[in-house]
Ligand binder design. Structure first.
Ligand SMILES: Nc1nc2c(ncn2[C@@H]2O[C@H](COP(=O)(O)OP(=O)(O)OP(=O)(O)O)[C@@H](O)[C@H]2O)c(=O)[nH]1
Ligand SMILES: [Mg+2]
Length: 313
């Protein structure tokens, strides 16, 4: 592995095992000089639930361990490895990369980015733009979060940083109008991808729903197949709250994929297992820092090994 790719894996593992990982420490203390009996398995299942993996996955993972014919002196390392392999299988179907995002037959690919405030939408758009630009693609950013002037400035900064054109109309303007203008510009300039930023903080759910519906209705006038992806950005450090956010946003809009951020600063990566199990939505990338290069593909085995504090394969 190259230095660059190892760097982010180390950051992911360090993030997931911040100070000490309750999951890995828990496994060690449960297995400490104990045989694998039903009370130990129950403790393990409880630990997996409290580490945000969800009840269904916790049951399934514990059962798989109890079915394996371990030697009587099973070590915590055996359990870590077994869990990492089984978790990887749960994550495999949702683990995707940016190339897996839907592409239109012609015209720009349109990606609408939604999520609760502070989840990392604008930063993720900046990182996506940086990555796609580096691949030689031409990118347009739509400053659809018109709720705060600072949001437009922040997107403009990322646009300058990544060499992307930013379309904005100022604070208080209509986000759907910004999105439409940006799509027209992207079409006419032959851009490859349009990334639309949106507000996370609105007065209430029906305001947000109305705003997102209008954005879609208006861009459909310019391109009936757009948006090609609606990405929900989730902050991993919020743990269980991420589940509620998916549910809420799915009631508002048809989410087609996830990006999970802040995995560099969280011991709460277990939530991804729960999300995969409950929703099966593709995870197109993960955020492991605040810089332009800190967006990485979501790889099932690498992630599972990091979660269990094992070296990457
Ligand atoms: N450590 C870390 N910080 C991140 C990551 N992604 C975003 N952030 C930080 O999280 C904070 C919020 O990010 P934004 O991109 O502004 O979030 P947003 O969803 O656009 O927020 P609103 O516009 O307020 O709705 C910023 O300080 C980012 O630098 C990540 O992967 N890791
Ligand atoms: Mg923002």
């Amino acid at each position: 592995m190259t230095g660059k790719s190892t760097g982010w894996l180390v950051r992911l593992r360090d993030g997931l095992n911040k100070s000490s990982s309750p999951l890995v420490d828990g496994i060690k203390s449960i297995l400490n000089n104990k045989r694998l009996e039903s009370s130990t398995l129950q403790e393990l299942e409880d630990l997996l639930i409290s580490s945000d993996l969800g009840i269904k996955a916790a049951e399934q993972l514990t059962k798989s361990i109890s079915n394996k014919k371990f030697e009587s002196d099973i070590s915590s390392k055996d359990v870590q490895e077994s869990l990492a392999n089984d978790i990887s299988k749960i994550l495999e179907p949702v683990a995707q990369n940016l190339e897996a995002m839907k592409q239109p037959e012609s015209g720009p690919q349109v990606i609408l980015v939604v999520g609760t405030n502070g989840s990392g939408k604008t930063t993720t758009i900046g990182k996506l733009a940086h990555k796609l630009n580096a691949e030689g693609k031409s990118i347009v950013l739509a400053a659809g979060d018109t709720f705060r002037a600072a949001a437009i400035d922040q997107l403009t900064m990322w646009g300058n940083r990544s060499g992307s054109k930013v379309i904005s109309q100022g604070a208080g303007s209509d986000p759907a109008s910004v999105a439409f203008e940006a799509l027209e510009f992207a079409k006419n300039s032959g851009a490859d991808t349009l990334l639309i930023d949106t507000a996370g903080r609105l007065h209430n759910k029906s305001d947000l729903m109305a705003e997102l519906e209008k954005i879609i209705r208006v861009i459909n006038k310019s391109n009936p197949s757009a948006p090609h992806e609606v990405l929900l950005v989730l902050d991993a450090t919020t743990g269980q709250n991420a589940i509620i956010q998916v549910k809420k946003f799915q009631e508002i809009i048809n989410i087609t994929g996830l990006i999970i951020t802040k995995l560099d600063g969280s011991a709460k990566g277990g939530i991804i297992v729960s999300l995969a199990d409950l929703y099966g939505l593709p995870i197109f990338a993960i955020g492991v820092g605040e810089g332009p290069d800190d967006l990485n593909p979501f790889t099932a085995q690498n992630f599972s090994n990091s979660l269990l504090n094992l070296p990457s394969k």
